[in-house]
Design a protein around this ligand. Structure first.
Ligand SMILES: [Zn+2]
Length: 339
């Protein structure tokens, strides 16, 4: 589809309408192909599970105007080509000029929501909006509605690409609600996101970063499989200003681990079984690995070559121990050679 020329669209509502059509069209044309790519990656035996989770994944797309404005104001503006600056200034002024309705339930910077009812519940809406405001990243939030667990993906337009979209979908496909815990009238879901789990009452496991990095490696592979199936290009993935951070600089921390145990990692993540992974590589080994990844993970920056060498000097022997554990305990046989 041709790029929309915002210079000729002074009206925010008009622009919003065009983007909404583009979002809806992209999903209608590509959702099934993307779902097939997930099935190809995790395995045909997980078709029902993956299709089920796809059916309970809802999508929203938004322009995060407050953050876009901040980016321009703090001076990143100079680093952007003048054409893009012009474009965003037009977009921002078009948004600012538009008269905001007073009693809106969902903020008007949301362009498209596949099911608006999901944001009607105030508590849940606040949770989604807080996630957006804190991370400025695409996000995937699990909740219960229509008697089902569903995942709600909130995706920022202009600031993200197709990789980020698949990354969030991959969270949705690997998220399992294991229990609902009631505490003083409040319901808290116990959620497993791949091998990582979180709940207010039981605390969080400390492998969030490991899960994120494994998810991101899987994302690249799924993206490739989806692209082969012919995903149509869309302007909704034009990543013109980058508001979030990327995992790519830190992937080396888990790459050898991923390559050594890819089938086991996939199985553990799609079955939401941390135990499967712990039994396969040894619990102590895994915990040691997790704490080293956490130790060497670099936030908001790119690690230096020296940093990487130092990290791998500690991580590599732990992976060797895991491989030995796996072989000594005949894990292939224990798991029925299915991995
Ligand atoms: Zn993530």
């Amino acid at each position: 589809m041709a790029e929309i020329n915002v210079q000729t669209i002074p009206n925010y509502l008009e622009l919003k309408k065009q983007y909404a059509i583009e979002c809806e069209t992209f999903l209608a044309l590509n959702k099934d192909k993307i779902c097939e790519a997930f099935i190809e990656y995790f395995g045909e035996e997980y078709r029902d599970r993956i299709e089920y989770r796809f059916n309970y994944t809802f999508f929203s797309f938004y322009f995060l105007f407050p953050k876009i404005k901040e980016v321009f104001e703090v001076g990143q503006k100079q680093e952007l080509p003048p054409k893009i600056v012009d474009k965003y200034q037009t977009l921002l002024s078009s948004y600012e000029a538009y008269p905001k309705p007073e009693d809106q339930t969902v903020p008007d910077y949301f362009v498209y929501i596949s099911d608006e009812n999901l944001l009607v519940e105030e508590k849940y809406r606040e949770r989604v909006l807080t996630q957006i405001a804190v991370h400025h990243n695409p996000t995937c939030v699990a909740n219960i509605a229509y008697n089902h667990v569903y995942n709600f993906i909130a995706f920022p337009l202009l600031a993200c690409n197709f990789h980020a979209f698949i990354h969030e979908l991959s969270h949705a496909v690997t998220t399992e609600m294991m229990a609902i815990i009631e505490n003083e009238g409040e319901y808290t879901p116990l959620i497993s996101n791949g091998v990582y789990y979180t709940t207010v009452q039981m605390g969080k496991s400390d492998d969030l970063i490991v899960e994120e990095l494994l998810n991101d490696i899987g994302t690249s592979k799924i993206k490739e499989l989806a692209t082969k199936r012919g995903i149509s290009k869309s302007m909704i993935f034009n990543n013109i200003i980058s508001l979030g951070f990327e995992y790519s600089g830190n992937l080396y921390l888990v790459m050898d681990f991923y390559n050594a145990f890819e089938p086991l990692i996939k199985k553990s993540r799609i079955e939401n079984s941390r135990n499967l992974l712990l039994n396969g590589v040894g619990e102590d080994n895994y915990n040691e690995f997790v704490s080293l990844v956490n130790k060497y993970y670099v936030h908001d920056d790119v690690p230096t070559e020296e940093h990487k060498i130092e990290a791998m000097k500690e991580i590599s022997p732990v992976i060797d121990k895991m491989i030995k554990y796996y072989n000594d305990n005949n894990i292939d046989e224990v798991l029925g050679r299915s991995i």
